[in-house]
Write a protein that binds this ligand. Structure first.
Ligand code: ADP
Ligand code: MG
Length: 400
């Protein structure tokens, strides 16, 4: 996949920001335990854009959502994020107690080049999600440019992702550019053979992506809870496993389509089963043809990992979305961690999309060996479905 491949949108590198004030939409939606940040990956992901802007002589006004507050919710304040950002940037990051209004405007107007201001949680205002244009204009007030670096929120047309682009010259941040470049290259013209490894809980949430990717795929490997519906479609008994009966027909159709197109489709050959989904459950690894009644399939087995590894060996590009099992519990983590190891050892381009799948790769300790791990769960899935993202479409196009 060419590093040169553009995304067709202007980026932070294309604008002259010296002496200007730049509004940056970042994805600072980090997990919190009280006021302690338990994982600062997203904050770190936004640093390259912030640093580039500061080095170029801009004043930076950052905004983000955190969680899903209904109105002002002190527990979802971005205060801890301002503190962490300050540590990482080695500068004071002031927090404006409201993201719009007179006080925010006064703070924005007082900024000097090299200063960073963080606006309080955008979703304390319902107008953010409603993409209210008055609110968008207030957000844009005092800024000269808008940089959208929040890939994780780009599939939503909110005031801070789409609305503000009507009021400011708007470009992509570096993280946004990287995410879109990798994922659009996958959808457009990946180096072949091209494989998809799909899992996760429900097949219904993955059907649009499967349908979109299928015509371009050479190998399709199915695991996780969604494999149960495919196994059922093939006539296997799946005990009390999670199955979506209304999707069995669609699974049959996808298998038929894949067969017609010559895609190498693999389903699990062995599975880890238990009567309960619990850390201390009694587990057993059985062939897919021997799932006991009353047992649930909660992971793929070692033979499946081996088999999928063989199918992936000749591939040049692999996209992975959806864990192979209930990896949150150690007895059912082996399949997902096994596939993380298999992918990490390939020389292929390996791209991971999906929040939980990224978590699996992080737990495996092998993240460094993947080509790209997307920070945006929902947004990456929508890109794989071939949908335009409003937070990207609304940015200025490259004109030659
Ligand atoms: P992602 O966030 O990477 O897109 P999904 O949200 O689609 O992934 O699915 C992740 C969830 O799927 C995990 O919480 C995992 O526990 C669950 N899961 C995986 N395999 C099974 C299974 N066999 N039965 C029930 N749930 C499963
Ligand atoms: Mg998920």
């Amino acid at each position: 996949m060419s590093e040169q491949l553009g995304i067709g949108k202007l980026t932070t590198r294309d604008i002259d920001v010296a002496g200007k004030t730049v509004l940056v939409r970042a994805d600072l939606n980090v997990p919190l335990d009280g006021d302690r940040i338990t994982d600062d990956t997203r904050i770190r992901g936004s640093l390259p854009t912030i640093r580039l802007l500061l080095e170029s002589g801009a004043a930076v006004v950052l905004c983000s959502h955190l969680g899903r507050p209904k109105g002002v919710t002190p527990e979802l304040s971005l205060g801890p994020v301002a503190k962490r950002l300050g540590e990482l940037l080695s500068t004071d990051v002031e927090l404006s107690v409201d993201c719009v209004g007179a006080q925010a405007r006064a703070l924005v107007d007082s900024l000097e080049p090299g200063n960073v201001l963080l606006l309080e949680n955008l979703r304390f205002h319902p107008e953010e999600v409603q993409n209210d244009s008055t609110f968008s204009r207030q957000l844009a007030a005092g800024a000269d440019f808008f940089v959208n670096d929040a890939f994780g929120a780009a599939h939503r047309a909110h005031a801070s992702t789409e609305g503000v682009t009507h009021f400011l010259p708007s470009v992509a941040g570096l993280l946004m550019e990287k995410e879109v470049r990798y994922l659009s290259a996958l959808v457009a013209d990946p180096p072949r053979p091209f494989a998809a490894l799909v899992g996760g809980a429900k097949v219904s949430t993955k059907i649009p992506a499967l349908r979109h990717l299928l015509p371009g795929l050479n190998v399709l490997l199915v695991g996780g809870g969604m494999a149960n519906t495919f196994l059922k479609a093939q006539g296997h008994a799946v005990g009390s496993s999670l199955v979506e009966d209304d999707q069995v027909e669609i699974a049959v159709q996808i298998l038929a389509d894949a067969g017609e197109k010559g895609v190498n489709v693999r389903l699990p050959v062995d599975v880890v089963v238990a009567e309960r989904m619990a850390e201390d459950a009694r587990v057993e690894t059985v062939a897919v043809s021997a799932v006991p009644a009353g047992s649930m399939i909660l992971d793929v087995g070692p033979q499946t990992v081996e088999d999928y590894g063989q199918a992936l060996a000749p591939t040049a590009t692999v996209v992975w979305n959806g864990p192979m099992g209930v990896f949150e519990m150690s007895p059912f983590a082996g399949g997902s961690l096994g596939m993380a190891r298999v992918l990490s050892e390939l020389s292929a381009v390996t791209v991971v999309g999906g929040g939980e799948t990224a978590a699996v790769v992080a737990i495996s300790g092998l993240a460094e060996r993947f080509t790209h791990i997307s920070t945006g769960g929902g947004a990456s899935l929508e890109m794989l479905e071939g949908k335009p993202l409003p937070g990207v479409s609304s940015l200025m196009d490259v004109t030659n």
